[in-house]
Design a protein around this ligand. Structure first.
Ligand code: ATP
Ligand code: MG
Length: 268
């Protein structure tokens, strides 16, 4: 299955993407996490030390691999697809979380700050990547909505829109959900994160109802997660915390939604 995690900046996308990927890997799935956010650090969240993360060569600097796999000499005609095993063998790096990491990186033309080539690379990669039932791909997306217009994540089975109880985050989430549904993504669901009290919980529940976005789950504000974030600690340090338990539950629900049934191990 292919899962995209989107939302406004700072709402918890990387925490949730890394938590889902780790849960799936522990359940025995061959899991690839794609860091599609040029300013994110999914590597750190999956347990790679900062100094090693800095040495990862992003896919945007080895795009000849994807061109070789998908291109033909006829313009607009694409080649056969490739597999998760191909990516694991040729492009990804292993992480202490047992997840294979793919860092997309960015191609910036001087001054413009444009990240289009990396985005089209993500789209091309997802379109041609065959993922079987024992495998999973989790995409930690760039914040906001600008890149969505370019169809970055149209080839996923489910998009998770993360929001906290902040009105602006919810509005951005609503726009993302609308674009994702318009792009043909079959399931688009909301995850409410960093919830501090009943009022915040109720705000998210009623927002989801009002706008017809199914609510996949809620994650409470967790001080352990917050301090781990400040200290740059990986998701692995959060085992047993209420936040991670909620992410595990959310992962089980995703597996049920996408695969139609629960499978072995921890129920994922
Ligand atoms: N449930 C939670 N309880 C407490 N702190 C949280 C929770 N979820 C996320 N955080 C903290 O909020 C901060 C932002 O989280 P994260 O980096 O996952 O967000 P993001 O959406 O990926 O941000 P960006 O848009 O910058 O990539 C981190 O410091 C993280 O530890
Ligand atoms: Mg992030």
């Amino acid at each position: 299955m292919k899962i995209a995690v989107a939302g406004k900046g700072g709402v918890g996308k990387t925490l949730i993407a890394s938590g889902i990927a780790w849960t799936l890997a522990r359940a025995g799935r061959m899991t690839i996490a794609i860091d599609a956010d040029p300013s994110s650090n999914l590597a750190l969240a999956l347990g790679i030390p900062q100094r090693d993360a800095e040495t990862i060569v992003p896919v945007s600097e080895q795009d000849s691999w994807i061109k070789k796999k998908t291109g033909t000499k006829f313009p607009g005609v694409y080649n056969l697809n490739f597999s998760v095993a191909d990516l694991v063998k040729d492009l990804s790096v292993p992480t202490p979380a047992g997840v294979h990491l793919l860092v997309m990186g960015t191609v910036k033309s001087m001054g413009s700050g444009c990240t289009c080539p990396a985005n089209s690379l993500v789209r091309n990669l997802l379109r041609h990547l065959i993922v079987d039932r024992a495998e999973a791909v989790v995409l930690d997306m760039e914040a906001g909505i600008e890149h969505l217009g370019r169809g970055t994540a149209e080839c996923v089975d489910i998009m998770i829109v993360v929001s906290d109880a902040n009105r602006q985050s919810l509005e951005v989430g609503k726009t993302i959900a609308r674009i994702a549904l318009g792009a043909g993504i079959p399931r688009v669901q909301l995850v409410g994160n960093r919830i501090r009290d009943e009022a915040e919980k109720n705000l998210i529940i009623s927002f989801a109802e009002e706008h017809g976005i199914p609510l996949l789950g809620l994650i409470l504000y967790d001080p352990t997660v917050s301090s781990a974030g400040v200290a740059g600690e990986p998701v692995l340090s959060l085992e047993g915390t209420p936040a991670l338990q909620s992410i595990e539950e959310i992962t089980r629900t995703i597996a049920q939604l996408v695969d139609g049934k629960k499978t072995d191990r921890v129920g994922v």
